[in-house]
Design a protein around this ligand. Sequence first.
Ligand SMILES: C[S@@+](CC[C@H](N)C(=O)[O-])C[C@H]1O[C@@H](n2cnc3c(N)ncnc32)[C@H](O)[C@@H]1O
Length: 245
Amino acid sequence: MADSGKESEISLKRLPRSQKKKLARANKLQKIKEKRKSKKDLKKLKDKAIPNDTTRKYSKSIWKQRLKTALEDETSQKICIDFSVSNMMDSKECCKFAHQFNRLYGANKKSSSPVHLHITGVDKESELYKQCSEKNEGFEDYLMTISEKKHFELFDKEKLIYLTPDSDTPLTEIDSSKIYVISALVDETVEKNVTLNSAKAIGINTARLPIEEYMKRAYGNYTFNQVLTTNQGSYQIVYIILGAS
Ligand SMILES: C[S@@+](CC[C@H](N)C(=O)[O-])C[C@H]1O[C@@H](n2cnc3c(N)ncnc32)[C@H](O)[C@@H]1O
């Protein structure tokens, strides 16, 4: 066998230059064809293994089902997003919240145990509602409850905990029997005590994220900005609650 290999090498060497060129071209063409074929085969394999559209449809049906269950199951964790603050915001701030809401809903969608989102104190004529509808495709059909009633008109006050950065009470655990309220407020020039005072006036308990306590432990005795910035605020809190539920 080895000899016949050597022989063919020698006979190749003996070929006229034009024949050698022809052969080289044929070899090159053959390699290109093989490369194309293996690419095609790989694509066929991939298409067979991951039928993209079907997978997308499948995962969509899963998150839809989970969100529906969260809406129907009385025991699921509830979170109210208080839209009654809409009159305190200008158009730019409403737009910022609309983008925040996109992430907030997205986080809930991706969660294996989503919460029942209640959008409360809604005024459908408000700039906030309009911006949310514009920036979140299908907003009005989202799997959540939208209500013109405020959180304290929908639920027992004793069950409500208004999350506000100015509360004296650190939130150390998530109690699934409580309903947490987060304001949709985006105030570029952070105004202290806005939500704390309105919660107090209604007689609702409040809590703040324990940023101070946890950050002190990690980084020593510094003071930290308690207010989650406008583009973190509500959706970060929902992340925390989702993580705990
Ligand atoms: C941008 S903050 C608005 C701060 C506003 N000055 C106020 O009085 O609430 C938007 C909302 O995110 C929530 N939030 C932000 N930081 C928080 C914290 N550290 N603890 C609890 N809730 C917080 C509150 O519900 C707050 O109303």
